[in-house]
Design a protein around this ligand. Structure first.
Ligand SMILES: [Zn+2]
Ligand SMILES: [Zn+2]
Length: 604
């Protein structure tokens, strides 16, 4: 008889003890009573029973004969659990959760040789490419010169499938696909293959970073700045960070590729924590025109465009090339700025400009301080201080009415199917996925400021990365990118105009350092659903004590209503990594108080 420690798919960081037969393995799925129900659990430890313990219940069923994960993956799960305040149970079940219980392996298990171990070191390398062909060539080289297994992670399945079709012709190694959408049986089979065989090339989405390959020697993350690398459900992890932890654990290199580098990694390259290999050719950059909306004459019919922009649209289409108009809002929105003198309201704490979040409410995107907006400009007295910005729908209608002879189509998350012979595409930045498929002659951002007018501290970075996707994906060397703005002197626009991208990064890092935002700190978001119980206030007090002890700065603390109208307490903390709230205390409180916690959320 044995005593086994079992964890479950629950947000509580605790294991439970059961009795089991002697032949039970570690890291297998079992059925065990928990509370009043039987639940699927996962064995994390087995011990010989020295004295009879009759108070323990018996394991009811064992599903696997072989361990489903390796020690390394268990170690990684522990690290990730602490990093994101998630229970190990939730992480393990995220990895193996929906595998079928009955299965056969339809491959030959191979004898493992240890020869695939290489004396490597952890290294984080970022490669920037300006075209797919060169990037793929680089990937093929990595495959041929790396001993043992590799994992390639892609942001989207279509890109993965595309690469799969090419790579199977180029390598003798076995290539396996791994992502959530493949059939459960096939997925489990591929998973078991990674557990039992070596010299594999894995093409997967973010979940494949957890595959239990024991001869893994390289991890490559394609287009690493894509937001899809952030898991949106529990455990809410960042694949790049998980990959980094795993590569450090194994002491192997990791390679990130992209069209442009993010602020965090730029900062790391400055500190020699990452190494940059910029393969882009800056001679190939299309012309970037920054147009000042305050001074340029606007088109009378298409009032969201300057006259220059609309005449370039006509010229481009007459030449037989395509036009893309990119905007970030479907419906209309408003921004705050004096139209007469250009005065913007600034935050009293950090002096950054304020963003209009709803009618008459302004917010500082760094301090999260909300202020009432004034009715007139405090500098010149003008009442024209709020600009109405039209959304994609309206832009589309205006274009259709003005150009009845041109074929115009919308590209949004809902409307992706592309029709034939389109002249003008109007849509969100999803359009980046088609700019290398057609001959675009002109890309216009009619309201660049509305990308910056979102209350997130990294709105400049997000917009800079979006523009870069267009800059480098455009095929036609003579094409133009027009950015219409009322703030042409912002560093982001100056750096684009002068093709001096360092200027943008250096300025952004300076700002983040001044206001102490990532990468100089972490953001932690906590959301507690409000319960009407006697002990609720007591539990909130414990939470507040944990927060106080952590030396974090509270950016936001208030009762808010979610979309369904349910009330919750929302807390946003800014904290130095070394001062984070203590893991054990946070997880301990979670047993009593049900709350959500997220580290460095995309939106908060
Ligand atoms: Zn004014
Ligand atoms: Zn501020």
């Amino acid at each position: 008889m044995k005593i086994v420690e079992v964890i479950f798919d629950i947000p509580i960081e605790r294991s439970f003890q059961y009795l089991a037969l002697d032949n039970i393995n570690n890291f297998v799925r079992v059925c065990a009573p928990l509370g009043e129900k039987d639940r699927i659990g996962f064995v994390i430890e087995t011990k010989e029973m020295k004295e009879k313990k009759t108070e323990f219940k018996w394991i009811k069923k064992v599903y696997d004969t072989q361990p489903l994960i390796t020690d390394e993956i268990f170690k990684l799960s522990k690290i990730i659990s602490r990093k994101y305040y998630t229970s190990i149970g939730q992480i393990i079940f995220y990895i193996i959760g929906n595998f079928p219980y009955k299965y056969e392996k339809n491959f030959q298990r191979e004898k493992k040789e240890k020869s695939n171990f290489l004396f490597q070191n952890f290294k984080k390398e970022i490669f920037l490419f300006d075209n797919k062909e060169e990037k793929n060539k680089f990937y093929f080289q990595l495959i041929s010169k790396t001993d043992g297994s590799l994992i390639f992670i892609f942001p989207e399945i279509s890109i993965l499938e595309d690469f799969y079709n090419q790579v199977i012709k180029k390598t003798d190694k076995r290539v396996l696909k791994y992502y959530g959408e493949i059939k459960k049986k096939e997925r489990l089979n591929n998973y078991l293959e990674t557990l039992n065989r070596s010299n594999l090339v894995i093409l997967g989405t973010r979940i494949s970073i957890f595959l239990p390959l024991s001869d893994l020697n390289l991890v490559v993350i394609d287009s690493y700045v894509e937001p899809s690398y952030r898991e949106k459900k529990q455990p809410k992890y960042d694949s790049i960070e998980v990959a980094e932890e795993r590569c450090k654990l194994r002491n192997i290199p990791m390679v990130l590729t992209s069209y442009s580098i993010s602020v965090k990694e730029y900062f790391e390259t400055k500190n020699k924590k990452a190494f940059l290999f910029d393969k882009r050719n800056f001679e190939k950059i299309p012309e970037i025109l920054i147009i000042d909306k305050k001074w340029e004459e606007m088109d009378k019919k298409l009032d969201f465009l300057t006259k220059l922009s609309s005449s370039l649209i006509e010229e481009t289409i007459l030449k037989g090339n395509k036009v893309g108009i990119i905007h970030n809002r479907k419906g209309s929105a408003k921004t705050f700025k004096c139209e007469n003198c250009g005065h913007v309201l600034r935050c009293k704490i950090c002096n950054s400009y304020l963003v209009l979040i709803e009618k008459n409410k302004l917010i500082c995107k760094y301090c999260k301080v909300v202020e009432d907006s004034e009715k007139k400009c405090s500098k010149c007295g003008s009442k024209k201080i709020i600009e109405r910005i039209v959304g994609i729908e309206k832009i589309y209608t205006l274009l259709k009415n003005t150009y009845p002879d041109f074929k115009i189509q919308k590209i949004t998350a809902e409307e992706r199917k592309i029709e034939k012979d389109i002249d003008i595409f109007v849509g969100t930045n999803l359009m980046k996925n088609i700019v290398d498929k057609f001959n675009f002659g002109l890309i216009i951002f009619p309201h660049a400021d509305s990308f910056l007018n979102i209350p997130e501290y990294n709105s400049e970075e997000i917009f800079f990365l979006i523009i870069n996707e267009f800059i480098w994906r455009l095929q036609n060397k003579n094409s133009k990118i027009i950015i219409q703005t009322k703030n042409p002197n912002f560093e982001i626009f100056l750096s684009l105009k002068n093709k001096n991208f360092e200027l943008f990064y250096e300025n952004e890092i300076k700002t983040r350092e001044t206001v102490d935002y990532p990468p100089f700190s972490e953001i932690i978001l906590i959301e507690v659903p409000i319960k009407k119980s006697r002990t609720f206030e007591e539990k909130i007090k414990i939470l507040n004590d944990i927060i106080r002890k952590s030396f974090s700065e509270t950016l936001f603390y208030d009762r808010v209503k979610d979309k369904k109208g349910k009330e919750k307490i929302k807390i946003v903390l800014k904290v130095k990594e070394k001062n984070r709230p203590v893991f054990e205390e946070v997880m301990g409180l979670r047993e009593k108080l049900d709350f959500k916690i997220e580290v460095n959320p995309l939106v908060f």
